[in-house]
Write a protein that binds this ligand. Structure first.
Ligand code: GLC
Length: 754
């Protein structure tokens, strides 16, 4: 490997072009086999290109793609609803093809024993999106994006690799959308027109084959439908996980946890989940409890449950090296931990000190780890938070130098893993470590508690991670810049197929300020995953940490989030059916609007709500761009005309959003916990004189909805009349009251049942 330690090495590395003109490319040494196939995946033409090395005789295995599981879940755009796939198990038939040219003029080669290069065109006016978790504005053009799961604790603009790697790039060119998905969990660097010569390239460091999928000429919703048909979609989350989560590294003992929970109830600030960070454990040994600080753990959990809270507990991959500790002993006995190339166990430092790391690539290890979660079921823990799973080692930087141009030999790749086909160096599959850990967690919870939808949160991930977990974007800071960045970052995560995402509300590192907390909640209430979390070295930032004024604003935003729960549940249904993200760029619904194309300080929350947050300190007014149509200020007031800019003021306690004229949104009355969701009245609010909407209901916790156990109504308002048409009736819900509201007048409605 080139260690690139001396300046000369570095300069030499820079000379090797990862992009650019043909005459600057290294020689192609490829001698293996390759093939091109095509298929129509959800109405989109997809070209699949696979290459494998000499000596192996077929395309490489895929980790991200679930070809057999997903079928035609086409969306019914006419009425804004979506229909479930009639044949959800249809597989795609790939047929071999010979193409004169690949899409984007894609060319590829093997440049050395461990390096592949791809070259493609990127026309000057095209916009690049997706690629998972990028510390970047919405348009990813003009820089190099390294995909190599890495934990960084400051997130400054020069930072490149982050915790997740999702090699799916979306290109918008003349209102058409295209996608490139390079399915390889080895290190990739995407260079997007850095030289301003309309070329782009990918450098992949791997001694294995790969598969690339190219999607062409479609709309953004259809592209996502197609990509998520291949890589999977999130199932409906349990409703409680859509509520507010309160976290801190760490609430040190039972007493503090109970007090925090009590504070929420006493102050009437809605909340569903209390999160336990690493200090609940016995010296950071996973699957244990601190015997003194959490001596009555089960009792604490049941008191929280009585108070309508759920508990989420953190689980890291590092297992403490301790011969007396059962997880270590058991794993050692069965040889479950990663070993170095010389066959010796790999030890690395994390919170518990010297630790070992399960090889989650192996099915037997995943099953073992999954079964260990019986401990949490036994203790009535509702959700699991997987952290540090890049994996992150304390006190060490990125294990592969950023400018590396060759993959190190196996003895330099931290450790080896085993993927069913044989041993493989960790760097070849590093981007899968967190993905496979959260898969193990998800499958464990699913098997141990089959009647409940698992809630798993993960920091590291790869394409397809949405099948197993929600994600948050790691250790941001309590900075206004990070509040602003959260919008484009989450938009790109959503466009990379992962709908259930959020960042730490209030910021993780540094001290939050009163104004920042209030403004952050005004955006955070629209994050699909909504959690206040911060580091132990920062100041407190619970909703009541500052003044009464801030507390009142935060309460208002959290209450508004809870009122929107039926609408948010609709959005997750829509994702499950079509792959649509929850947070969407405006071009999702207004594809021809060139003005809207690159705006990344506003976003659509589903089709009907446009969020236009205040993202700067001291700011009260901002320019808002409304797409075509008529838009109603969320908190009331005269509607504004779209297709133009407006100067709008948002006070500290005002929801910074607009509702589309023509929408019917279901609202539930304010509740303190989703435990009360089912019995609380729902009001369908109508905006405008002709409107349409959707209302879905299910038990919010089981998988019955997959067996038709849900209800669906299409809502209409026309000629002064409200109508609901039953689309499906399969869930006998407890009785509750329903109303509709138009121009401030509220009337009872009776929904037709089966
Ligand atoms: C990591 C996580 C952070 C957590 C901390 C302690 O930094 O990103 O959220 O609080 O570890 O577990």
């Amino acid at each position: 490997m080139k260690q690139l330690e001396s300046p000369t090495d570095w300069l030499e590395a820079r000379k090797i072009k990862t992009r650019g003109r043909e005459d600057q490319r290294p020689a192609n040494i490829f001698q293996g086999g390759w093939q091109v196939e095509t298929a129509e995946v959800q109405g989109v033409q997809v070209v699949k290109l696979s290459a494998w090395l000499k000596g192996t005789d077929s395309a490489p295995q895929s980790y991200a793609v679930v070809e057999a599981d997903f079928g035609d879940g086409a969306s019914d755009s006419e009425n804004g609803s979506a229909v479930l796939s009639a044949d959800a198990n249809a597989a795609y038939s790939w047929t071999k093809a010979t193409l004169e040219k690949l899409p984007f003029n894609m060319e590829w080669q093997q440049s050395s024993e461990s390096r592949w290069n791809f070259y493609f065109n990127l026309p000057v006016e095209s916009v690049c999106m997706g690629l998972g978790e990028r510390l970047s504005g919405f348009n990813l053009r003009g820089r190099v994006h390294t995909l190599f799961n890495y934990s960084d604790d400051v997130h400054v603009p020069t930072l490149d690799p982050l915790y997740k790697s999702i090699p799916f790039l979306i290109i918008r060119h003349q209102s058409q959308y295209h996608g490139i998905f390079l399915d390889s969990p080895a290190r990739q660097r995407w260079s997007l027109d850095v030289d301003l010569d309309e070329t782009a390239g990918i450098e992949l460091l791997s001694r294995r084959g790969w598969t690339m999928y190219m999607f062409s000429n479609t709309s953004l919703p259809d592209l996502l439908a197609s990509y998520t048909a291949l890589t999977g979609r999130s199932k409906l989350p349990p409703t409680w996980a859509l509520g507010h989560h309160q976290s801190r590294w760490s609430y040190p003992d039972e007493k503090t946890v109970l007090e925090v929970a009590q504070e929420f109830r006493a102050r009437k600030i809605p909340c569903d989940a209390i999160v336990l960070d690493i200090d609940y454990m016995d010296e950071y040994r996973v699957f244990t409890l601190s015997p003194d600080r959490f001596a009555n753990f089960k009792d604490m959990v049941s008191r929280l449950q009585d108070n309508k809270f759920r508990v989420v507990a953190i689980v890291d991959p590092g297992v403490k090296k301790d011969a007396k500790y059962f997880v270590y002993r058991d794993g050692k006995k069965h040889d479950y931990f990663c070993k170095k190339a010389d066959g010796k166990t790999f030890y690395g430092k994390v919170w518990p000190g010297q630790s070992v790391f399960p090889d989650f690539l192996r099915e037997d290890v995943r099953l073992w780890w999954a079964a260990l979660h019986g401990f949490f079921i036994e203790n009535n823990i509702s959700g699991i938070w997987n952290d540090m799973n890049e994996p992150c080692l304390l006190g060490q930087g990125c294990p592969l130098p950023l400018d590396a141009i060759e993959l190190p030999k196996e003895h330099h790749q931290l450790f080896m893993q085993h993927d069913g086909e044989g041993d493989v160096g960790h760097f070849e599959v590093r981007n899968l470590y967190g993905f496979q850990m959260s898969r193990s967690t998800y499958e464990g919870l699913r098997a141990l508690r089959p009647d409940e939808r698992p809630f798993v949160l993960t920091r590291a991930g790869y394409a397809g991670v949405q099948r197993y977990a929600a994600v948050w974007l790691g250790d941001n800071m309590s900075w206004w810049e990070h509040l602003a960045l959260s919008v484009p970052m989450l938009l790109n995560v959503g466009l990379s197929g992962v709908p259930f995402c959020g960042v730490d509300v209030g910021g993780f590192g540094d001290d939050c300020t009163p104004e920042l907390l209030a403004r952050w909640y005004a955006v955070g209430m629209f994050y699909p995953f909504f959690r206040n979390h911060c580091s132990k070295v920062g100041a407190e930032q619970e909703p009541w940490a500052f003044s009464q004024r801030v507390e009142d604003s935060v309460r208002h935003f959290i209450e508004t989030r809870y009122q929107l729960l039926p609408y948010i549940r609709n959005l997750f249904w829509e994702h499950a059916r079509t792959g649509a993200p929850i947070m969407r760029p405006m071009i999702w619904d207004y594809p021809e609007d060139h003005f809207a194309a690159e705006i990344d300080d506003q976003f659509l929350f589903g089709r009907d709500i446009l969020v236009t947050p205040i993202l700067k300190r001291g700011q009260r007014e901002r320019s808002v761009y409304l797409p075509e149509g008529i838009w109603h200020p969320y908190e009331g007031g005269a509607p504004l005309l779209g297709g133009q800019l407006h100067k709008v003021a948002f006070e500290l306690d005002e929801v910074p959003a607009f509702v589309r004229d023509g929408a019917i949104i279901p609202f539930v009355d304010t509740i303190q916990s989703t435990d009360d969701y089912e019995l609380t009245p729902i009001t369908f609010k109508v905006w405008g004189d002709q409107a349409i909407g959707l209302y879905l209901d299910d038990d919010g916790i089981s998988f019955e909805y997959e067996e038709e156990g849900y209800n669906e109504w299409l809502l209409r308002f026309e000629d002064g009349e409200f109508r609901s048409d039953l689309v499906n009736f399969g869930y006998i819900a407890p009785e509750r009251d329903y109303f509709y509201e138009h121009n401030g007048k509220k009337q009872r409605v009776v929904l037709q049942r089966g």
